[in-house]
Design a protein around this ligand. Structure first.
Ligand SMILES: [Zn+2]
Length: 304
């Protein structure tokens, strides 16, 4: 394990502590997204939610907001400085419906240069460097522009060493996205496949883990998809098959209606206050919880 690149500088991965590996502190999706529940641009509210995370023992959080989704490096720095919570920022892209026009016009090499700049110089004109690279795919297909930026992300990864996180639409196309990264020479042990619990298929999860990738379940508390009982059984599937070291768990609460400080719920407290006690009650050991929420995030993020 090396260092983790936070928006306020590199830290020893051993210092990372209790971590949520996919959340949103600040995002402003493009105007054509009419669902403005997805917009988190109230500084006081975002700060208050992060304090709630800190109060329940939260020490680090990955803000997975990309450059095409209204990221703001300066705001992330301010939120981290105010609370002392380590914040890890993201370079790269969401899914194709959010891409800026230059994704089509620029060459892969030119896009790669922009990503490297985010990781090595700073994001959005700030000194906040990105600590992960992100690419995404669509429902049951990879749009040609998504393939293009995935290759740019892969090349930026090889140049900078930054870990990769993949958006998958409803948990589809994870294996095919790994294929593209592998073709580009990326070491899949540095890659996390997000939203994997949306596709509640234990066999699929084992295919990802067998290739060395992290399998991220980031829908904790979202009963609109299914109850947490399903997630508990998916977690046990990976543990019982010998892949506890591939597990990452978070809740991706990227909506006002999910966050207490924006008037919604269950908020950043939920995993620590409700879901972890449930996992313990359903038979996971305290050591396993530490592995999932401290050691695995530190190993995934500690690439610098
Ligand atoms: Zn997200």
């Amino acid at each position: 394990m090396g260092n983790v690149r936070t928006v306020n500088g590199d830290i020893d991965a051993k210092q990372l502590g209790f971590t949520y590996t996919h959340e949103h502190l600040w995002c402003n999706p493009p105007n054509h997204q009419k669902d403005r529940d997805l917009e988190l641009t109230n500084y006081e509210a975002s700060l208050s939610e992060l304090w709630r995370f800190k109060k329940i023992g939260g020490e680090a959080i990955v803000d997975a907001t990309t450059l095409d989704y209204g990221r703001d490096g300066k705001k992330l720095k301010a939120l981290s400085s105010a609370t002392g919570v380590h914040v890890i920022g993201t370079s790269g892209f969401n899914k194709h419906i959010y891409f800026p026009a230059w994704v089509e016009s620029l060459k892969i090499e030119e896009i790669t240069e922009k990503l490297i700049r985010d990781v090595e110089v700073g994001m959005d004109g700030s000194t906040a460097k990105a600590g992960i690279l992100k690419a995404g795919s669509w429902m049951q297909l990879i749009h040609p522009l998504e393939e293009k930026v995935t290759r740019a992300v892969a090349r930026a990864q090889r140049e900078t060493g930054a870990p990769i996180w993949l958006h998958t639409e409803a948990g589809t196309m994870g294996e095919e996205m790994l294929d593209i990264l592998e073709e580009e020479g990326v070491d899949l042990t540095k890659v996390a496949v997000g939203h994997s619990d949306r596709n509640a298929d234990p066999y699929y999860h084992l295919q990802l883990a067998k290739r060395g990738a992290y399998v991220q379940f980031d829908g904790v508390s979202k009963v609109k998809y299914y109850p947490d009982s399903v997630r508990v059984s998916l977690i046990k599937n990976l543990i019982d098959s010998g892949y506890s070291e591939n597990l990452l768990i978070s809740a991706d609460m990227g909506r006002q209606s999910y966050l207490h400080a924006y008037g919604g719920g269950p908020g950043f407290e939920f995993i620590k206050a409700k879901f972890i006690p449930r996992l313990l009650n359903e038979g996971l050991s305290k050591d396993r919880i530490d592995l999932i929420f401290k050691e695995n995030p530190a190993r995934w993020l500690g690439q610098f």
